[in-house]
Design a protein around this ligand. Structure first.
Ligand SMILES: Nc1nc2c(ncn2[C@@H]2O[C@H](COP(=O)(O)OP(=O)(O)OP(=O)(O)O)[C@@H](O)[C@H]2O)c(=O)[nH]1
Length: 311
């Protein structure tokens, strides 16, 4: 399969993978992006649209975003979350539904595809995942079942693509096909960038949580955290990535700085190690966390400071 169009145009846009639990979405994202940056959030319900990874190509850029899991709503919160999913789906260019080849199409898949019909304009792609686990006969049957599900729900699949993320089979082809479905446009993120501000905001939040642990009464709202830089350390072997995170912890007064830093820096070390654990759990990547404590006088009352601190 050649590159999209092959006419020198550059395409860019957003796609998201959906599918029932265990369908292979994260593994496929990692295989496409080539580095393990996928968020395996331990707090999925608090995560809004998050960039999971960016596929950089000479002829295009594909930004993979994550949506909260779609559930059959049992509660109002569930309904709100599903609204959020629908609004994300309507904002991306392509939604790719993953159907694991080692399992038959079931009610969970039908529910997702039915919901997907509510976003008419978004392009839909079907991905048959985990093809390495099945025989060619079973795969053929699976592909027919996916096509049939499309007909039954009045869903037009732009493509039906079998892949094996763990075997690396057809992963590049899927990237080509997805890129070809994106509109023409400039790169949305600088080359080499794998993450986005929403992720940094979550990281900042985790640091803030850790810093407030145990001193909430003393410093309730006087802490703000800003992630200055977050990037994968270059020159690391592919199977041993390390994410460098530099963050500033802002307090309002010199005296509060002492509370955060603690005796000979003991508290800051505790904060760092607690936050690092959380960030690693969320990103699935080992993290080097560098924390600096700074005084930003009366930041809560100063609009200029507030802007700088991301409020
Ligand atoms: N053999 C094989 N196993 C796969 C493949 N892709 C994913 N898996 C396995 O399937 C399981 C689920 O994969 P995930 O990528 O975590 O699935 P997910 O859809 O992100 O799961 P949730 O986060 O629960 O929604 C893991 O044990 C993967 O190793 C594949 O191409 N081949």
């Amino acid at each position: 399969m050649s590159a999209p169009d092959g006419d020198g145009s550059f395409r860019s846009g957003f796609a998201c993978f959906v599918g029932r639990p265990n369908a292979g979405k994260s593994t496929l994202t990692n295989a496409l992006v080539g580095t393990k940056v996928a968020i395996t959030s331990s707090r999925p319900q608090t995560t809004r649209t998050v960039v999971r990874g960016i596929v950089h190509r000479p002829d295009g850029q594909l930004v993979l975003v994550d949506t909260p899991g779609l559930h059959r709503p049992r509660t109002l919160l569930g309904e709100r979350l599903n609204d959020l999913v629908l609004s994300t789906w309507s904002e991306v260019d392509v939604v790719a539904v993953c159907f694991p080849a080692d399992e038959r199409i079931g009610p969970g898949d039908r529910f997702i595809v039915n919901e997907l019909t509510k976003v008419r304009r978004t392009i839909k792609v079907a991905v048959a995942t985990k093809t390495d686990l099945v025989t060619p006969e079973r795969l053929a049957e699976h592909l027919l079942a996916i096509a049939e599900l499309g007909r039954a729900t009045d869903t037009e699949w732009a493509e039906i693509v079998p892949v094996s993320a763990t075997g690396g089979e057809q992963v590049d082809l899927l990237a080509d096909l997805l890129l070809a479905l994106l509109p023409e446009g400039p790169a949305l993120y600088p080359d080499g960038e794998l993450t986005d501000t929403p992720e940094e905001a979550i990281v900042a939040d985790l640091v803030r949580e850790a810093a407030l642990e145990g001193v909430r009464d003393e410093l309730p709202h006087s802490i703000a955290v800003v992630v200055e830089e977050m990037r994968l350390r270059p020159d690391r072997p592919e199977d041993k990535p390390l994410l460098d995170v530099h963050a500033n912890v802002f307090v309002e007064r010199e005296s509060q700085k002492g509370i955060i830093i603690g005796h000979k820096g003991s508290r800051l070390r505790e904060i760092g190690s607690a936050a690092r654990g959380q960030i690693e759990a969320m990103l699935g990547t080992p993290v080097y966390l560098d924390l600096r404590v700074k005084v930003a006088k009366d930041w809560q009352r100063d609009p200029r400071q507030l802007r700088r601190l991301g409020f």
